[in-house]
Design a protein around this ligand. Structure first.
Ligand code: F6P
Length: 551
C-alpha cells in the first residue's frame, strides 16, 4: 500500500520536497520579492474575485499541484461528471447537479436519455406552483391566502434552502415568511408551529428518500396539527406538498401526485438545492431570482470546465485544500463570511465538504493511507474575531481560512459596511504578516513597558503570521453571485475527491447511526434492553434514562 493515491507518486514526492523548501518561507517575503504576486494569484470566476496570493504558494507550488491533478486524471473525471457517467461508483449513479442548472440546455444523457426535458418540466411546475402561491391564487383549505411556508427536511434537504433563503432575504416578499424545521427534537417544530395559523400555512416536505426518520416524524406531527385544527383530512391537499425522488412513499403519506415535485437519483442530497429541493427558495424569492441563482452556478460550471488551470478558481481552491491537508498537516479549514446573511454558509459547506470527502476507502475499496476531507467550520465575521480568532492568530495549529465579502450591502448603513470590510482586510493582513518578537519588543519599549516584563510581554504579544487565507469578494450578494459562490465550492470539493481517489458522492458513514437509532427506539420507549444486546455503557445509559423517565 502506498501513502498516496494511485498514479501520483512522482507528483506527490515533488510536492513533499517542495513543501520542505517552503516550510520556513514567509508569504510576506514572497510579496517583497515579487511585485506581480497579487495579480499572479488572483482571478475572476464569474462575479467572484478570488485572491489566493496570501497562501503559502509560489508558481512552482501551483505547477506541482496542477501536475498532481493531471496525474490523478482530473480532466477526464470532470468530463465524465458533466457527461452523466456513473462516477458515484458505490451507488452506481451519475452525478448531475450540473444538469439542474444547465441553462444552455444542451442534452445531457443518462442511460441514453436526455435528462433536460424532465429538468425543465419540473422547473416549469415549480414556477407555476410558486407563482400561484405568491400571487395568492393558491389558497388554503378555508380559502385563506398562504402567508407562511414551512420547509421540513434535514441535511441536504434543509441546509441548502435555509442558507439560500437567508442569504437572499433582501429579495423575499413580506407577504410570505419561510420557516425551517429539521431537528427531530420536538422543541424545533413546536416553536415553529406555535407562531403559525394552519389556515395560512403551507408545508413543503423535502426528502429525497421520503424515509428519513427526522423528516417523517416532523411531517406527521405537522399533519396532525393541521388536520386536528382544520378538522378535515381533505385539508392536507391544500397545505402539504412534497419534494422527493420516492413517489410511492409520498403517496403513502397522503400527498396527491399533482402536489409532488420530483427529482432523480443522480442528484445527491447535499447538491440538491438546484433541484425541486429549491422549492422553498422559489416560494421565498420568486422563480426569476431562482433562475439567476442557477445561471450563476452554470457560469461557474463553465469556468471550472474551460478556464486556464492557472486561473481556474475552484480547481486551485480544491488543490490548496490538498496542499495544506496532505503536505502541511492542516486538519481543518475555516469559512468566514463577512456578511451576516451568509451565516448558514459554514454549516452548509460543512455538510458539502465533510459528507462528500470524509471517506476512508478509495474507489477500489482499499483503505486510504493519506489524509482526506478537512474539518470545515466557521461563522460570520466580525463575531468570530471576538471568539476563536485568537487561536487562528496565535494557536499552534495551521488553519487555512476563506474570507468572503460583498463590496456593497443591501442596507443603507454604509459606515457599518466600511467597518466590516476594514476588519476583513485587517484580519487577512494580520494573519499573513504577524509581528515578530523583535518588532513587538521595540513597540513595547517605545510604549515604556517595564524592563522586567519585556521578555514575557514580547513573547505573548508577538504573532507568528504566515497563516494562509483566501479572500473572495463579489460586488453584491445577488442570486447570481450566490450561485457562483456555491458552485465554486462544489467544484473545489470535486477536485479534492478526484485527487484523493474517493467517492465524494455517497454517504455510507451516516447509515450506521440511522440503523442503530431505529433499533434502539423500542428500547428507549421501554426504558430497558434485553441482556447482551448492547455494550455495557449503552445498556447502562438506557437503564439510567429509563429510571429518570419513570419507565
Ligand atoms: O445525513 C444523511 C443524508 O442522507 C444526507 O445525505 C441527506 O441530505 C439527508 O440525509 C436527508 O435525506 P433525505 O433527503 O432523503 O431525507
Amino acid at each position: 500500500m502506498t501513502d498516496h493515491p494511485k498514479g501520483s507518486t512522482e507528483a506527490w514526492e515533488a510536492l513533499r520536497a517542495h513543501q520542505r523548501q517552503l516550510e520556513n518561507v514567509r508569504v510576506a517575503d514572497l510579496f517583497e520579492g515579487d511585485d506581480k504576486r497579487f495579480e499572479r494569484f488572483s482571478m475572476q470566476a464569474g462575479e467572484l474575485f478570488v485572491d489566493l496570493s496570501k497562501n503559502r504558494i509560489t508558481q512552482e507550488t501551483v505547477k506541482l499541484l496542477l501536475a498532481l491533478a493531471e496525474a490523478r486524471g482530473l480532466a477526464a473525471r470532470r468530463r465524465a461528471m458533466f457527461e452523466g457517467q456513473r462516477i458515484n461508483t458505490t451507488e452506481d449513479r451519475a452525478v448531475l447537479h450540473v444538469a439542474l442548472r444547465n441553462r444552455s440546455n444542451t442534452p445531457i444523457l443518462v442511460n441514453g436519455k436526455d435528462v433536460m426535458p424532465d429538468v425543465n418540466a419540473v422547473l416549469a411546475q415549480m414556477e407555476r406552483f410558486a407563482g400561484a402561491v405568491r400571487r395568492g391564487e393558491w389558497r388554503g383549505h378555508t380559502g385563506e391566502r398562504i402567508t407562511d411556508v414551512v420547509n421540513i427536511g434535514i441535511g441536504g434537504s434543509h441546509l441548502g434552502p435555509q442558507m439560500v433563503v437567508t442569504a437572499l432575504k433582501p429579495y423575499t416578499t413580506a407577504a410570505l415568511t419561510t420557516h425551517f424545521v429539521s431537528n427531530v427534537d420536538g422543541a424545533a417544530i413546536s416553536e415553529v408551529l406555535a407562531g403559525l395559523r394552519p389556515e395560512s400555512t403551507l408545508f413543503v416536505v423535502s426528502s429525497k428518500t421520503f424515509t428519513t426518520q427526522e423528516t417523517m416524524t416532523n411531517a406527521h406531527t405537522a399533519r396532525r396539527w393541521l388536520v386536528e385544527r382544520l378538522k378535515s383530512d381533505k385539508a392536507v391537499a391544500r397545505h402539504f406538498v412534497a419534494v422527493s425522488t420516492n413517489l410511492a412513499k409520498v403517496a403513502e403519506f397522503g400527498i396527491e401526485r399533482q402536489n409532488v415535485f420530483a427529482f432523480w437519483d443522480w442528484v445527491g442530497g447535499r447538491y440538491s438545492l438546484w433541484s425541486a429541493i429549491g422549492l422553498s427558495i422559489v416560494l421565498a424569492v420568486g422563480y426569476e431570482r431562482f433562475v439567476e441563482l442557477l445561471e450563476g452556478a452554470h457560469e461557474l460550471d463553465r469556468h471550472f470546465q474551460d478556464a486556464d488551470p492557472n486561473r481556474n478558481a475552484p480547481l486551485l481552491m480544491g488543490l490548496l485544500g490538498v496542499w495544506y491537508g496532505n503536505f502541511f498537516g492542516a486538519e481543518s479549514s475555516a469559512v468566514l463570511p463577512y456578511d451576516e446573511s451568509l451565516r448558514y454558509l459554514p454549516s452548509y459547506l460543512q455538510q458539502a465538504f465533510m459528507e462528500s470527502n470524509g471517506k476512508d476507502v478509495d474507489l477500489a475499496g482499499e483503505r486510504v493511507a493519506w489524509q482526506t476531507g478537512a474539518i470545515i467550520w466557521g461563522s460570520p465575521g466580525t463575531d468570530g474575531q471576538h471568539a476563536y480568532y485568537q487561536l487562528l492568530h496565535q494557536g499552534t495549529k495551521l488553519i487555512p481560512a476563506d474570507f468572503i465579502a460583498p463590496a456593497r450591502p443591501f442596507h443603507a448603513l454604509t459606515e457599518h459596511h466600511d467597518i466590516l470590510l476594514a476588519n476583513f482586510l485587517a484580519q487577512t493582513e494580520a494573519l499573513m504578516l504577524g509581528r515578530t518578537r523583535a518588532q513587538t519588543r521595540a513597540m513595547l519599549e517605545e510604549q515604556g513597558a517595564p524592563a522586567d516584563r519585556l521578555e514575557l510581554l514580547s513573547a505573548a504579544k508577538s504573532f507568528p503570521g504566515n497563516r494562509p487565507t483566501t479572500s473572495i469578494l463579489m460586488p453584491q450578494l445577488t442570486p447570481h453571485a450566490l450561485g457562483n459562490l456555491i458552485a465554486l465550492y462544489e467544484h473545489a470539493i470535486f477536485t479534492q475527491g478526484v485527487v484523493w481517489d474517493i467517492d465524494s458522492f455517497d454517504q455510507m458513514g451516516v447509515e450506521l447511526g440511522k440503523e442503530l437509532a431505529t433499533n434502539l427506539l423500542g428500547e428507549v420507549r421501554a426504558g430497558a434492553s434485553a441482556p447482551g444486546t448492547h455494550d455495557a455503557s449503552t445498556a447502562g445509559l438506557l437503564a439510567h434514562l429509563g429510571q429518570l423517565r419513570g419507565r
